[in-house]
Ligand binder design. Structure first.
Ligand SMILES: NC(=O)C1=CN([C@@H]2O[C@H](COP(=O)(O)OP(=O)(O)OC[C@H]3O[C@@H](n4cnc5c(N)ncnc54)[C@H](O)[C@@H]3O)[C@@H](O)[C@H]2O)C=CC1
Ligand SMILES: NCC(=O)COP(=O)(O)O
Length: 336
């Protein structure tokens, strides 16, 4: 089923690769089968970024999202006057403030139903933090926009043959053992299971949970978290009827012969979840936030300031993120 409203896209840092990849996605909209989308501001940035990439992409300034469906056929619809100069590879204060404004508007449109989903362009967290962006990332920003507690907004990375969820996300590795609790595992796995059913159409998803330590602790000989925290949480989730396995030694779980045995791997920390996705599928990886009343996706890569404006950045992950937002919105619409 197609989404009932267009998708809103925030531009991300205008000095990064976000703007040119949005332009590229619009140019490939038909071949890629993308649902109609519109940009949250950034007319100047988008026009210059398209030009830098040699793309022919008209912009259509709109004043109401109701105009998107018609406008999308002729050019990239842009809603909102927030804008910036285009200085690829040179992040600055004005650009960071624009990135915040673009994200703020797009999130609001998703929350009030103007948009069926939000797709967020990459931001540089440290640059935005200097301009008052208080959340650790866009996941938490969007959670705040929805009035959802940060610990109930769950990051999932999705590639072509693998989905992973980092249980702890932007946390120092030294803090991870302390942060992993039975309550956190149970709470997040419930959200993952419900979201995979609702937004991805997976009945009774198979959920594999990694261990924290080498060999999942080898029965307490290499760390006790696997035995004393993760295993009891898995038992509790199974008792609820969820299809959960583990704790699995993380080193082998992502091998090709293992990946077909589960629908999602719950990982203990950021790099345990993101390294396999980015290694297997850098060009197609999508970051999707589960547990929200709205749908939010993003390419899994960052701002890539070093290659912005050169025309070499791949639009694969941005296109995959737009496609996934449309598919999830379609799943939700079909359940109404
Ligand atoms: N969704 C988001 O908003 C994300 C934002 N970031 C932010 O991005 C900034 C830079 O982070 P990095 O760790 O350097 O990651 P990065 O993803 O920006 O770059 C890592 C490497 O991948 C390359 N790369 C990235 N996107 C590419 C594309 N589309 N096509 C071809 N090559 C590409 C870059 O040139 C670089 O060599 C950080 O400030 C971080 O906070 C990082 C990840 C996700
Ligand atoms: N490493 C993933 C990442 O940084 C994306 O975070 P978010 O901005 O989507 O919360």
């Amino acid at each position: 089923m197609v989404p009932t409203a267009p998708l809103a896209i925030s531009i991300g840092d205008p000095a990064g690769v976000g703007p040119e990849l949005i332009a590229q996605a619009w140019c490939q909209r038909e071949a890629a089968g993308l649902a109609p989308f519109f940009a949250s501001g950034g007319a100047t940035v988008l026009a210059a970024a398209a030009k830098s990439r040699g793309l022919s992409m008209p912009l259509v300034t709109i004043t109401d999202a109701a105009e998107v469906m018609e406008a999308f056929r002729h050019g990239l619809p842009v809603l909102g006057e927030h804008d910036a100069e285009y200085h690829p590879g040179e992040p600055d204060t004005q650009g960071a403030l624009f990135a915040i404004a673009s994200l703020t508007h797009a999130a609001r449109w998703a929350v009030d139903g103007t948009a069926a989903a939000i797709v967020t362009g990459p931001i540089a967290k440290s640059h935005l933090a200097r301009q008052g962006f208080t959340q650790p990332g866009q996941t938490e920003f969007v959670a705040d926009a929805c009035g959802i507690a940060h610990h109930d907004a769950v990051m999932m990375l999705a590639g072509q043959s693998l989905r992973t969820v980092p249980l702890t996300v932007h946390a120092a590795l030294a803090d991870v053992p302390r942060l992993i609790t039975q309550d956190l595992i149970i709470r997040r796995v419930r959200i993952v299971a419900a979201s995979l059913e609702r937004d991805f159409g997976l009945e009774s998803p198979r959920i594999a949970i990694t261990g924290l330590n080498p060999h999942a602790g080898e029965d307490g000989r290499m760390g006790t978290e696997d035995r004393d925290v993760i295993a009891p949480a898995i038992a509790a989730l199974r008792a609820e009827g969820l299809t959960v396995s583990g704790p699995h030694p993380a080193d082998a779980l992502f091998a090709a012969h293992e990946r077909g045995k589960y629908d999602v791997a719950i990982c203990m920390y950021h790099d345990q979840a993101l390294i396999p996705i980015k290694t297997l599928d850098f060009d197609q990886g999508v970051n999707v936030t589960l547990g929200l009343p709205i749908i939010r996706t993003s390419p899994d890569h960052g701002t890539a300031f070093g290659i912005a404006g050169r025309g070499t950045a791949s639009a694969g992950a941005t296109i995959a993120a737009i496609r996934m937002a449309g598919a999830c919105a379609g799943h939700r619409a079909a359940r109404l």
